[in-house]
Write a protein that binds this ligand. Structure first.
Ligand SMILES: *Cc1c(COP(=O)(O)O)cnc(C)c1O
Length: 400
């Protein structure tokens, strides 16, 4: 695959974005991870074990499903890549199992990470249980209070949840806290980042680990229809499920790639998390990307109805693809997202995650602009985690 082979460059740059800006004490540890990924991560042993895990533990390949009722309703053909059926209910386990496998091949015994809403923490705790490793998850106190079921899940899976009580007590502080804890443990632990973000080589590794989504989906779609879709689409938070899907189609120029980000409650800073639409080049958590900043140049407060999408930065590869014009990025509101959440539940019997509902919402809108077109959408996760929030605040969506 020519595109995937050429990017990033050896220093982890996608055009002007990416790189690795690390405190000096972490430089040798990231060099170790880089070397391990280049050598162990491409060995036959590693790849065979990963293949076994994907098939027998995760339940891959996940199906591609033709959403026939929704398609009829909107007047275009919508196909869903069912990552909601991946073990633990979302695409995140794809990279967590692979990161944990790399840790095992490196001789590490512990996994450390931050989590926002708890989805990455749960997926990593699942991987740690599988490999018999220790797992330490840093989480802001505000998020701990909001996301109690995920905290319980992590504990049931055997992880230690470290509450973070400084600053805004949320995701950004959780990253800082997890990094601090990792530095003195880096000989025996791996820091396992939860998306295509962070210092090199994580944006590369996580993309490669998620590319299984796009390669499977391309083959499945071809088998079902004999053609390639007009469009592929996925929601973009940090950008891992979308990069995974796009990876399968990067050399198919005729397939239009669409990333969908949250416009939240409105277009003012603080009301949304639409990094691609409103962001400027900047730096966060050790890498360069498009970034939403406040007037003082600090990462801006962000909002989305989907807590997995509210990050002021975005993966460096997306930042590159946006500025190079290779992917179209769209922003949909909380309201459009809820409408898609209810529609997919009622019409297809699939309750999607609020994150994934953004991608479905875009497909429903696009159907009006291009009736009859074909769209392959990544349904990144299931919505069980969101039902209490949605029903308490907006009801069950029964027709009035
Ligand atoms: C975390 C999450 C996302 C957002 O993360 P990306 O790295 O942008 O894919 C999307 N969907 C679900 C279900 C998630 O849990």
């Amino acid at each position: 695959m020519s595109y995937l082979k050429n990017l990033p460059n050896k220093d982890g740059y996608f055009g002007d974005f990416g790189g690795a800006f690390l405190p000096p004490e972490l430089v040798p540890h990231f060099e170790e991870i880089n070397k391990a990924y280049r050598e162990l991560g491409r060995s036959a042993d590693f790849l065979n074990e990963l293949k076994y895990i994907r098939k027998h533990y995760q339940g891959r390949p996940t199906p591609v499903y033709y959403a026939h009722n929704l398609s009829k309703e909107v007047g275009a053909h919508i196909y869903l890549k069912r990552e909601d059926l991946n073990h633990s209910g979302a695409h995140k386990l794809n990279h967590c199992m692979a990161e944990a496998l790399l840790a095992k091949h490196m001789g590490k015994t512990k996994l450390i990470a931050e989590t926002g809403a708890g989805q990455h923490g749960v997926a990593l705790a699942t991987a740690a249980a599988y490999f018999g490793m220790e797992c330490e998850i840093h989480m802001g106190e505000i998020d701990i209070a909001k996301e109690a079921p995920n905290v319980t899940r992590m504990k049931l899976l055997g992880a230690t949840v470290v509450p973070v009580g400084f600053g805004g007590r949320s995701l950004k502080e959780a990253v800082d806290s997890a990094f601090q804890s990792y530095v003195p443990q880096a000989d025996t632990a791996l820091f396992a980042i939860g998306s295509v973000v962070g210092p090199h080589p994580f944006p590369l590794m996580v993309r490669d680990f998620q590319s299984v989504v796009g390669f499977e989906a391309r083959e499945q779609y071809l088998e079902m229809t004999g053609e390639l879709p007009d469009h592929v689409g996925a929601c973009v938070g940090g950008g891992s499920n979308s990069m995974g899907l796009f990876a399968g189609f990067m050399d198919d120029e005729q397939v239009v790639k669409n990333g969908v980000e949250p416009l939240g409650r409105g277009t003012k800073l603080g009301e949304h998390s639409a990094t691609m639409t409103y962001g400027k080049p900047g730096m966060i958590h050790g890498f360069k990307c498009l970034l939403l900043e406040d007037e003082e140049g600090n990462p801006a407060p962000v909002h989305s109805i989907a807590s997995g999408l509210d990050y002021p930065g975005v993966g460096p590869e997306h930042s590159f693809l946006k500025t190079a014009g290779k992917v179209n990025y769209h922003a949909v509101t909380d309201g459009e997202t809820l409408d898609a959440f209810y529609k997919l539940s009622r019409l297809e019997g699939i309750i999607p995650a609020l994150e994934s509902s953004h991608a479905v919402a875009w497909a429903m809108k696009h159907a009006k602009e291009q009736p009859g077109c074909t769209m392959l959408i990544n349904l990144s996760g299931r919505g069980d985690k969101d039902i209490d929030y949605v029903v308490d605040n907006f009801g069950t969506g029964e027709p009035k």
